[in-house]
Design a binder for this molecule. Structure first.
Ligand code: FAD
Ligand code: FES
Length: 259
């Protein structure tokens, strides 16, 4: 059992959760993520760690369905799995970005994935800014109009974007035109988070990868967004999941999701 320190509404439907989890708090790197189970029978919820406060981790989440609704009402957390995935290239391959200006461009709760990356870049004295296309969850974050993305991106050397597939696809397209490096942190549906179920399968440069173990961050120019969007849709129905099982064979064993 993990003790909840606080779990409160910060803005329309978005909550900030602080949980005592010393092992994760002292080991999780920027870009990695965790999986939360509220109860022993609950669904597994993948989440970024927005921040660390001593022995506690801070999660910023929106309530979008049954599991996040359960999280909003939770009195304690049954299990936390993590750190999962890989550290962001921006904080790992630091020498590559030493003299570069990095843009962290998000929509919605994508802010949760980039906050610790920005903090680490600040420690490393790598210039970076966070912008959101949504009315920002936190007042201090700058907001950019989607019509002005091109102007904004042109001022930076490299971009990391987090949000819906549609949003990230658009950012990749603009960054490509402007010849800027662009990376994306993907959040496909995930079940086990350790590469076994195949739910988070994505095509990167034509090759099958699993966002939970190979990502979640990838070179944005290599991501097959069309397939990713189609899979997300198919996952919503039992018929769709049956189809995925048929066509993806032994790389897709996921199935018991939200129905
Ligand atoms: C690596 C990773 C990190 C994440 N970090 C955060 C975070 O910091 N904050 C946050 O609010 N959310 C985050 N998410 C998304 C979050 O896990 C989902 O919103 C949550 O699992 C939805 O569960 P639910 O049962 O409440 O909703 P469901 O009923 O499962 O889904 C409700 C709606 O949300 C969509 N949805 C479900 N799962 C995802 C997903 N993985 N990505 C995008 N849309 C989804 C569904 O298609 C549906 O339309 C992250 C996801 C991943 C994979
Ligand atoms: S969640 Fe990635 S393979 Fe299962």
């Amino acid at each position: 059992m993990y003790k909840i320190i606080s779990n409160s509404l910060i803005t329309d439907n978005v909550y900030k959760l602080e949980v005592e989890a010393p092992l994760i708090a002292h080991s999780i790197k920027p870009g990695e993520f965790i999986i939360i189970m509220v109860d022993s029978m609950s669904e597994r919820i993948p989440m970024a760690v927005y921040d660390i406060n001593g022995d506690n981790i801070i999660i910023v989440y929106s309530v979008s369905g049954a599991s996040t609704y359960e999280l909003k009402n939770a009195k304690s957390i049954h299990s936390l799995l993590g750190p999962l995935g890989n550290e962001s290239k921006f904080t790992f391959d630091t020498e590559l970005y030493q003299d570069k200006k990095v843009l962290l461009l998000v929509s919605g709760t994508g802010i949760a994935q980039v906050n610790r990356i920005s903090k680490r870049l600040n420690e490393l004295e790598i210039e970076n800014d966070i912008y959101s296309v949504d009315k920002s969850i936190f007042n201090e974050i700058s907001v950019v109009n989607t019509n002005n993305l091109s102007d904004l991106i042109s001022k930076y050397d490299a971009v990391l974007t987090v949000g819906s597939f549609e949003f990230m696809e658009k950012v990749v397209e603009i960054s490509n035109i402007l010849n800027k490096e662009v990376r994306v942190s993907l959040s496909p549906l995930m079940l086990d988070g350790v590469g076994l179920c195949g739910s988070c399968r994505v095509l990167i440069d034509g090759e099958i990868k699993f966002a939970c173990i190979d990502g979640p961050e990838f070179d944005g120019t290599k991501v097959d967004f069309e397939t990713a969007k189609k899979r997300m849709e198919l996952f919503k129905t039992e018929e769709g999941r049956r189809y995925l099982r048929e066509v993806e064979g032994n790389t897709f064993t996921g199935g018991a999701t939200n129905e």
